[in-house]
Design a protein around this ligand. Structure first.
Ligand code: NAD
Length: 299
């Protein structure tokens, strides 16, 4: 393995452990985060803490960012592109709007850099264990160059197409997941009203045509799948606030593309209201409780 100098910008819940895995794989990682606690934790894991993002990128061959939103990514690129070494590869792993990902890519290229969007799935557990899945958008060459770094942080990296294709794959996948979790939850609540036990519905649907990840791995009711968040009072897992964010990005893309995706738009509304009211910190499968409560109110 060739050791590289990597700037890692954004050392939060995801970025911190991802940067630590690059250190473990033998890379020189220079990290920056405006939150002192995040910077200290990364530093304890072997990341060289720097005083600003611009300082971090100066001699980096690869610049990885893991930030909350597209606005953060575009502002960051604005601030550091002038300080980076010509031809550096910018890899943004944040989950952001497809349009923002394309704009970030264009700005990097206009400044003489190269770029890849590479959002992840697998959550904090996957970031810590180095088992994330990366979905990448950019050229074949850039993907091939980033691949060893992505593989040091994850178990799988898929090249999805040109600029923005990684973000596109991420929001399409999560639109399926959001809709299917609502479908599974509605089915359990309907089953309850019909006197059907959770276990009976699970035993049938998990081996029949209703089978899906939302049912057989992240089952929203306690019992049938012991490891699912429903068995630990809906501690995440995948927080409802993150699902609401991803469905919001999907809804933006649905609207701007003129796509007729009624369920995707409705799922975005339901998760936005659930995350705002009760579920910001709950696992997204906790939406079953909202569906149950609202069913009670309708009687
Ligand atoms: P987080 O809020 O824990 O971390 C983001 C970090 O970015 C913060 O520490 C913040 O201080 C830092 N930051 C903000 N502006 C910065 C700047 N200009 N330079 C450097 N650092 C800056 O968020 P997270 O949970 O780590 O998520 C990061 C991204 O990953 C998000 O886009 C999220 O949607 C995505 N994601 C998260 C999960 C998850 O389970 N947490 C799963 C998949 C994808």
């Amino acid at each position: 393995m060739v050791s590289q100098t990597v700037a890692f910008l954004g050392l939060g819940h995801m970025g911190g452990p991802m940067a630590a895995n690059l250190v473990k794989a033998g890379h020189r990682v220079r990290g920056y985060d405006p939150a002192p606690a995040a910077l200290e934790a990364a530093s304890a894991a072997g990341v060289e803490a720097v005083a600003s993002a611009a300082e971090g990128v100066t001699d980096a061959e690869v610049v990885i960012s893991m930030l909350p939103t597209g606005r953060h990514v575009l502002d960051l690129y604005e601030g550091v592109l002038g300080s980076a070494r010509p031809g550096a590869l910018f890899v943004d792993c944040s989950t952001i709007d497809v349009a923002d990902a394309r704009a970030a890519h264009e700005r990097a290229v206009a400044a003489g850099m190269r770029a890849l969007d590479a959002p992840v799935s697998g959550g904090v557990v996957g970031a810590e264990a180095g088992t994330l899945t990366f979905m990448a958008g950019g050229s074949e060459e850039e993907f091939a160059e980033a691949r060893p770094l992505l593989e040091a942080m994850g178990k799988k990296a898929v090249h999805c197409g040109g600029a923005g294709a990684g973000q596109a794959a991420k929001i399409c996948n999560n639109m399926i997941l959001g809709i299917s979790m609502i479908a599974v939850s509605e089915a359990f609540v309907l089953g309850e009203s019909l006197g059907l036990s959770h276990q009976a519905l699970y035993d049938v649907a998990s081996t029949a045509s209703g089978q899906c990840w939302a049912l057989s791995v992240n089952c929203p009711v306690p019992g049938p799948v012991p490891a699912s968040p429903a068995n630990r009072d809906y501690r995440p897992g995948f927080a409802a606030s993150l699902m609401a964010k991803d469905l919001g990005l999907a809804a933006n893309a649905v609207r701007s593309g003129g796509v007729h995706a009624e369920l995707g738009l409705r799922a975005a509304e339901l998760y936005a209201s659930y995350a705002e009211r009760a579920g910001a910190t709950e696992d997204f499968s906790g939406i079953v409780r909202t569906i149950r409560d609202q069913s009670g109110e309708q009687k």
